[in-house]
Design a protein around this ligand. Structure first.
Ligand code: GRG
Length: 310
């Protein structure tokens, strides 16, 4: 059964996007609640730690992108739900590990104590490991969605590449190794951004397109869209770390600067970074020019990526 996007052509205002995002977030949360072991399941501490971070109020951007990518090519949005939830589990694992003392050493995440502050370092490492592994279990488990094995394999391959040494972990490694260096090497900055954050965002869109049965051209356009918004998202994140509101962000601002992290504003300045984020958003919209109003949610999300305040 195909569920059409309710707001479609009318998804023009921030308010429409807000209700669209809320509806999708609720659906994603209900599905994740079903897909992840309960807190009372043994070992309780591990499942509690996994759920603590998973249900701590993230924006759910990656899974929403997967659902919207599937809809844009006329697919059945519900079929993309397990893969969408798997991407959120991988994202959550990365945040738990990123907050650890050995990495960014952050006490707060999403307005709450970070996982290791709440559960201790050992359990936080294991909760992250378990979320990453469980994500692949969810995708591979045929009971969780009715999609063909070929598509399932393609998704496993894509997500593993985006999350691992060729993607997010590679980007995080280069980021950590470059901390504290005086000069900002632009190709390195680009590598960090496209791998640490961009790879998973790009893949979130592509996975939705795979489930939805995109043809080659649609896949190319959506890949370009994903790449542009991934970079726009990261530049905006860097700007928010300098200019954002701590309460809305749920974490300390200025931490990139303090840690000597390589950021876009540090390399190009604030105004140039804002311009660059806008250009990327426009290019992302251009990449969708061949799509009809079923891609409206993707269009609104691209705008939101540079206008967001948290
Ligand atoms: C530890 C392997 C490993 C990777 C960590 C993603 C990441 C790599 C680190 C997060 C550090 C960070 C703040 C990166 C900037 C962009 C980013 C991923 C922000 C957080 O994502 P949002 O804004 O978070 O989508 P929510 O909380 O809304 O889910």
């Amino acid at each position: 059964m195909k569920i059409p996007f309710q707001h479609s052509a009318a998804c023009r205002t921030a308010m429409d996007l807000k209700s669209y995002l809320k509806e999708r977030r609720d659906l994603i949360d209900r599905t994740m609640n079903r897909l992840v072991p309960r807190e009372q399941d043994y070992p309780e501490k591990l499942h509690s730690a996994m759920r603590y971070s998973l249900f701590s109020g993230g924006k759910r951007l990656r899974p929403v992108l997967t659902l919207a990518g599937c809809e844009a090519v006329g697919g059945v949005m519900e079929h993309a739900l397990p893969a969408a939830c798997a991407l959120e589990m991988i994202h959550t694992y990365s945040l738990i590990h990123d907050d650890l003392p050995a990495m960014d050493n952050d006490d707060m995440r999403r307005g709450m104590a970070s996982n290791h502050k709440a559960f201790g370092e050992a359990v936080a490492v294991l909760a992250g490991d378990a979320l990453l592994t469980h994500a692949f279990y969810v995708i591979a488990d045929s009971a969780s969605s009715p999609i063909q094995d070929g598509k399932r394999l393609q998704m496993v391959r894509e997500i593993a590449a985006a999350a691992g040494c060729m993607g997010m972990v590679g980007g995080q490694t280069v980021d950590i190794l470059s901390e504290g260096k005086d000069t900002v090497d632009l190709p390195i900055l680009e590598y960090i951004h496209t791998h640490k954050t961009g790879a998973l965002i790009r893949t979130a869109v592509r996975v939705g397109a795979i489930v939805g049965g995109a043809d080659k051209r649609e896949m190319q356009d959506l890949t370009e869209y994903g790449e542009k918004i991934g970079l726009a998202f990261q530049i905006t994140d860097d700007l928010l770390d300098l200019l954002g509101d701590e309460k809305r962000l749920g974490k300390q601002v200025g931490s990139d600067l303090k840690k000597g992290e390589k950021t876009y504003p540090a390399a190009y300045g604030i105004q140039e970074s804002k311009n660059r984020a806008r250009e990327l958003m426009e290019s992302a919209l251009d990449a969708l020019s061949r799509f009809d109003d079923r891609a409206d949610p993707l269009r609104e999300i691209a705008r939101y990526m540079v206008e967001r305040i948290n």
